[in-house]
Design a binder for this molecule. Structure first.
Ligand code: ATR
Length: 276
C-alpha cells in the first residue's frame, strides 16, 4: 500500500489541497494518497494519536488546529516556533516534525514574479495568523523593512514582540498607514477582509500609492478583491493569494517526498476547482 497524507481541520471539506497533491503524486508516479481529515477541536489529541499509530507519512494542518497541533509533535522547526503555528507535519526517522510553509509560500510566490524583496519597503496590513507567518518568515530571511498596520494596534505590537529574529519594523495604525502609503514598495493585505462573502470590503485605502508598487492580497476567492481592484486602478502591479496557497503546498510536498512538484500545473488544478 502507498503512503498516506492528508489535511486536518474543522471544517475541512472545502479544502483544495487533496486535488492539488493527488494530481502531483500521480504526475510524479508516487504511490500515495492525500485526503481531507475532519477533526473536531475536542478530539485533536486522540485523532492525531490515531494518525501517528497508522504511520501517516505527513499532513497539512489548517484552522483551527495550527497552534494546538504543536503540543502533539516530537519537534518543531525554528521558523514555525517563532510564528507559533504549524501548517505542515513530516514523518522523518520515526519522528513527527512541524513546519510552517505559509510565510515561505507567500515569499516564493512574490519573488518568482517580482524578484528579490531585499531592498523593498514593505507594509503588512493585519495581525492575524497569516500576518504572523509572513512577518516572521520575512524577518527570518533578513528582510528588515517591514511595517505592520492593524486596526487593533496592540495585536500588531504583540506579533512583533513575539518574533525571534531581529527586526526594525514599525507598528502603525491604519490611518497612519494611509497617510504615508506612498513610502511603500510593497503592500500586503494579510486579513480575510475582501474574501467571499465580504467582497465589498477592504482593510485599507490605497489612494496615493507609488505607481510602480506591488500590491498583494492573501485572499484568492475571489481572485480579484476590492483591494486589488483599487491597486490596479492606481497603477500598481498586483498578486492575488493563489501563488501563496500553491507554494505553501509545493514546499510541503517537497518536504514529504524530496521531489519538486510542477507548480504551474498545481495552480491550474486549483483554478479549475475555484471555477466549480
Ligand atoms: P486570524 O488568523 O486571527 O483568524 P483573520 O480573521 O484572518 O485572522 O484576520 C484577522 C485580522 O483582520 C485582524 O488583524 C483584524 O484586525 P483586528 O486585530 O483589529 O481585529 C483584521 N480585520 C478584520 N476585519 C477588519 C476590517 N473590517 N478592517 C480592518 N481590519 C480588519
Amino acid at each position: 500500500m502507498g503512503k498516506e497524507y492528508g489535511v486536518i481541520g474543522f471544517p475541512v471539506g472545502h479544502s483544495m489541497s487533496p486535488f492539488m497533491h493527488n494530481d502531483a503524486f500521480s504526475q510524479l508516479g508516487i504511490d500515495a494518497i492525500y485526503r481531507s481529515i475532519q477533526i473536531e477541536p475536542a478530539e485533536l489529541e486522540v485523532k492525531v494519536k490515531e494518525l501517528k499509530e497508522n504511520e501517516i507519512a505527513g499532513f497539512n494542518v489548517t484552522m483551527p488546529h495550527k497552534v494546538a497541533i504543536m503540543n502533539y509533535l516530537d519537534e518543531v522547526d525554528e521558523v514555525a516556533k517563532s510564528i507559533g503555528a504549524v501548517n505542515t507535519v513530516v514523518l522523518c526517522n520515526g519522528k513527527y516534525k512541524g513546519y510552517n510553509t505559509d510565510g515561505l509560500g507567500f515569499v516564493k510566490g512574490i519573488v518568482e514574479q517580482y524578484g528579490s524583496l531585499q531592498d523593498k519597503r514593505i507594509l503588512l496590513v493585519g495581525a492575524g495568523g497569516a500576518c504572523r507567518a509572513i512577518f516572521h518568515t520575512l524577518a527570518s530571511l533578513g528582510i528588515e523593512s517591514v511595517d505592520i498596520a492593524n486596526r487593533t494596534i496592540e495585536k500588531a505590537e504583540q506579533l512583533k514582540e513575539a518574533c525571534s529574529y531581529p527586526v526594525q519594523s514599525k507598528v502603525i495604525s491604519l490611518e497612519t498607514a494611509e497617510q504615508r502609503i506612498e513610502k511603500y514598495d510593497m503592500i500586503v493585505n494579510t486579513t480575510t477582509v475582501g474574501m467571499l462573502p465580504r467582497v465589498n470590503e477592504k482593510s485599507l485605502s490605497l489612494k496615493g500609492i507609488k505607481k510602480n508598487s506591488i500590491v498583494a492580497d492573501i485572499v484568492y476567492n475571489p481572485l480579484e478583491t476590492l483591494f486589488l481592484k483599487e491597486a490596479k486602478q492606481q497603477g500598481a502591479s498586483i498578486q492575488n493569494g493563489l501563488p501563496m496557497f500553491v507554494y505553501q503546498g509545493a514546499i510541503a510536498f517537497e518536504l514529504w517526498t524530496g521531489q519538486k512538484p510542477d507548480v504551474k500545473r498545481m495552480t491550474y488544478i486549483v483554478e479549475q476547482q475555484l471555477k466549480k
